[in-house]
Design a protein around this ligand. Structure first.
Ligand code: FEO
Length: 170
């Protein structure tokens, strides 16, 4: 059984993951509008990943006999100054998510909930990857120095990113 405190915190994390999905979908729309289909694809994959993150917690709450309670998803930004800003915001956001996961792990330890702690360790590992991916992309974008040709080359590369449901891999 999940404690009420743990259940509430996990439900909040579902909302954060769904908000993240919505944020990245908004970024995909921004890139579509700015004729950068590769960047849009990268964000779409990001959106799909976030949905699976939310669903991993959704399934976990149910497996533990808890109750999933979905809350409204707050509005997300729709405009950014430029590509560099979008990717910078992506990295910043992933760092916030990492803090949120760390808080959940701390709560699981406090509640002596080893099963939840174990489940959350998947997210601890995932966040290392999420931050590294955003950081790598930010460095690439920085190197373009705002030059359109260099940006187009990155765009081509990002068009190849494919979604893999990593929540199904242990
Ligand atoms: Fe669900 Fe991008 O972390």
């Amino acid at each position: 059984m999940l404690t009420k405190k743990m259940e509430k915190a996990l439900n909040e994390q579902i909302n954060k993951e769904m908000w993240s999905a919505y944020l990245y979908l908004s970024m995909a729309a921004y890139f579509e509008d700015n004729n950068l289909p590769g960047f849009a694809n990268w964000m779409r994959v990001q959106y799909q990943e976030e949905m699976t993150h939310g669903m991993k917690i959704f399934d976990y709450i149910n497996d533990r006999g808890g109750r999933v309670l979905l809350k409204p998803i707050k509005e997300v930004p729709t405009e950014w100054a430029d590509t560099h800003t979008v990717i910078e915001e992506t990295l910043k956001h992933e760092r916030v998510v990492t803090e949120s996961i760390n808080d959940l792990v701390n709560l699981a330890v406090q509640e002596k909930d080893h099963a939840t702690n174990n489940m959350l360790q998947w997210f601890v590992g995932e966040q290392v990857e999420e931050e590294a991916n955003a950081d790598e992309l930010l460095n690439k974008v920085k190197m373009t120095d705002g030059k359109a040709h260099a940006l187009m080359m990155i765009d081509k590369e990002l068009a190849g990113r494919q979604f893999v449901d990593e929540t199904q891999q242990q």
